[in-house]
Design a protein around this ligand. Structure first.
Ligand code: SF4
Length: 348
């Protein structure tokens, strides 16, 4: 059986041509799968019953399902998405005054091994396919439709900050973004991709989709500390990462978000703040400071509030835009790896 959602427009066109179907049926199928969120071929009422039966003889519409939904006190909704092979990934829906942001996963697990990250403890199980990435958005849209919507009802922003390193699933993520933008009406400028710093793929990303927003998980100001926290730094160190960021063709009106998870006694000193200012000099950047969101068996602790405020103030005094993301669930605006932490912390 063919999952129609795994096919590109061209592949659906070839298939329908072989079946003797006119071209407009391709657009109809895409419209029903991605805009009307059809969960099965039977939902496509624009197709005649005989056509639906023919299609059902060899194909189906695959879907990602919401297995679990938990609303946190701050309004953030944690989601567990079920995949067809029985695996699951996590997402978070974040309503605020102006936006409804969905954080999606790009891999089941992650191979990057960041020491502060619960997802890292799973290792990499597999990459998500493009249709599974888009399927997370479709699943939430379906849910919002059923509920009559929340906060305006429409997802406005997508962030790749859930499970996985998106640049280690480059083809799946790029193809997924194409589905979102070409078939699902989501603007590339409303999509943010977060990376731990896979340098070669940064250039490739901007060659293929220059309009997406970039968030970089930095988390340290010396190679010694960053390598201890994030093994990727042994391959692409801070200098290489920031030079690559500086070479990206980003317009002056847009900024790269640097995520900085603050870990007590590890990377939270005034000296770190001053080094961070020096590192970001010349870059079009803003900083999201995320006090570590602790969990059972975590090896780190968050700094106290005063330390966080002082760190932020040092940046602000030197005209570096810096936000503190500390309410539950908001962490994912800046740093992958805090999502799972956020989930664990927020679980009832
Ligand atoms: S922080 Fe992100 S890149 Fe690092 S292990 Fe966790 S999910 Fe992977």
């Amino acid at each position: 059986m063919i999952d129609l959602k795994t096919l590109s427009r061209g592949e659906i066109g070839d298939l329908f041509q072989k079946m003797g179907l006119p071209e407009f049926r391709v657009s109809q199928l895409i419209h029903w799968m991605y805009e009307k969120n059809a969960a099965s071929i039977d939902d496509i009422t624009e197709f005649s019953k005989p056509l639906r039966e023919t299609l059902k003889g060899f194909s189906y519409i695959g879907s990602v399902k919401i297995l679990k939904k938990t609303t946190s006190p701050d309004g953030t909704i944690k989601l567990l998405f079920g995949l067809e092979d029985g695996l699951s990934v996590e997402g978070v829906l974040i309503p605020d005054e102006y936006r409804l942001t969905l954080c999606v996963s790009s891999q089941v697990g992650c191979a990057m091994g960041c020491r502060f990250c619960l997802t890292a403890t799973m290792g990499l199980v597999r990459n998500l396919r493009a249709d599974e990435i888009a399927g997370q958005i479709t699943a939430v849209r379906r849910e919002l439709q059923a509920q009559g919507g929340i906060s305006g009802g429409e997802i406005t922003n997508i962030v790749f900050m859930g499970m996985g390193e998106p640049l280690r699933n480059f083809d799946g993520v790029v193809r997924g973004i194409h589905i979102l933008t070409e078939f699902m009406g989501i603007s590339k400028r409303r999509i943010t991709l977060s990376t731990a710093g896979v340098v070669p793929e940064l250039q490739r990303l901007y060659r293929e989709i220059p309009e997406v927003n970039l968030a970089v998980s930095l988390n340290a100001t010396t190679d010694e500390t960053r390598s201890a926290l994030m093994p990727v730094n042994n391959k692409y160190n801070i200098g290489a990462l920031l030079r690559a960021c500086g070479r990206l063709p980003i317009s002056s009106r847009r900024r790269i978000t640097f995520g900085y998870v603050l870990l007590k006694g590890i990377n939270d000193t005034p000296a770190d703040a001053r080094r961070l200012i020096a590192l970001l000099k010349g870059l079009s950047a803003k900083v999201n400071l995320i006090p570590f969101n602790t969990y059972d068996a975590a090896k780190f602790e968050p700094p106290d509030e005063q330390t966080v405020l002082e760190f932020q103030q040092i940046l602000i005094d030197r005209h570096v835009t810096a936000f503190i993301r500390k309410s539950m669930g908001r962490e994912i605006y800046a740093a992958c790896g805090q999502l799972k932490t956020c989930h664990e912390t927020a679980s009832p």
